[in-house]
Design a protein around this ligand. Structure first.
Ligand SMILES: [Ca+2]
Ligand SMILES: [Ca+2]
Length: 159
């Protein structure tokens, strides 16, 4: 077997740096995946692939709190614990309200003085609802577990 990939530049016009929160997900329900990327303290964008050489950039959210891991529930992100902000770190879901990527609603899903760095999503409890497991890059003194490093499980108890 030999692997072959052809490269295509999607965008060379993103402002600044500090991008993360990447994910692939079908945001507009057409059966094809879109690419998501967000800037620390900046905007979150998603890209629609019309052809491999033609991607369209859309705004998903503004003033993103995170520079680290992103996953798609709808879109999930957490604030980094190791990098202090104005307030205690929180975790967010941006709800794809119209199922087409046109309207997004921000939800804070964890506000417990616990930040993150990377996170993964899967149905750990087997109830059909995606759960979340995450951890910080390094612990911050004064976090909710007395400054210790931690791994946190967010059990999905949505009705
Ligand atoms: Ca799609
Ligand atoms: Ca579950």
């Amino acid at each position: 077997m030999s692997f072959r990939f052809r490269h295509h530049i999607i965008d060379t016009d993103l402002p600044g740096g500090g991008y993360a929160q990447t994910a692939l997900a079908d945001l507009d329900s057409d059966g094809r995946l879109e690419y998501i990327v967000g800037q620390r303290s900046g905007d979150i964008f998603w890209y629609k692939c019309h052809t491999p050489d033609r991607w369209q950039r859309h705004l998903l959210g503004e003033d993103s709190p995170s520079d680290v891991g992103g996953c798609v529930l709808d879109v999930l992100s957490c604030e980094m614990e190791a990098v202090g902000g104005e307030n205690e770190p929180r975790w967010y879901i941006w709800e794809n309200v119209d199922g087409r990527g046109g309207t997004w609603r921000e939800h804070v899903i964890l506000d417990a003085n616990l930040g993150g760095h990377e996170l993964v999503v899967g149905d750990v409890t087997g109830n059909g609802k995606p759960d979340i497991v995450g951890k910080p890059w390094r612990a911050r003194p004064g976090n909710a577990v007395d400054g210790r490093f931690f791994v946190v499980f967010l059990e999905n108890v949505t009705d």
